[in-house]
Design a binder for this molecule. Sequence first.
Ligand code: ZN
Ligand code: FE
Ligand code: FE
Length: 200
Amino acid sequence: MAESKTLHDAFIDELRDTYSAEKQVLKALPKMVKAASSPDLKAAFSNHLEETREQVVRLEEVFASLNEKVRAKHCDGMAGIIEEGKSMMEEDFDETAMDASLIAGAQRVEHYEMAAYGTLVAWARVMGHTQAADLLEQTLDEEKAADEKLTTLAEGGINQDAASVAHPDGDNEDADEDDDDEPAKPVMKAAAKKKPAGRR
Ligand code: ZN
Ligand code: FE
Ligand code: FE
């Protein structure tokens, strides 16, 4: 009878999954560079493309440090995130809405990677795979920095530019104090009606 797989097996599986994820990101990023209009956003994507190339090599070093063959196992999670990004890029958004949406998609990618590397680093450390842990931690730090850079770009003007196109004269309904149509009320009434008070 086969023995149960261990955390070490799970670790190797996760490494293969993450190797696949990085390779998918490597293919997606050039399309995002092209789709972006803001020069700063283009530069951020290009820069992260270079980093991602290094991250793929770094993962190969991690496999080597564990005497494992370099192998990818298709990452369905990243495939789904990238698929959603593709559909988004096919939408007819104005340039500013496209930039804001590209950031939204890219941050999903970064957060997914941060989750993966966070686990990989913790597992490598707890099992005493120090060299692997150090390499993986370098990548984790890069993913966090990439995510923060995207937040800085979004909040440093890209979201505002997109909002200004969406609401050119500041025609934000919430900002109009004398507006007497309050969407909250009907919703609350409807909810109240639904209550099956005293019903058996
Ligand atoms: Zn181990
Ligand atoms: Fe990455
Ligand atoms: Fe990344």
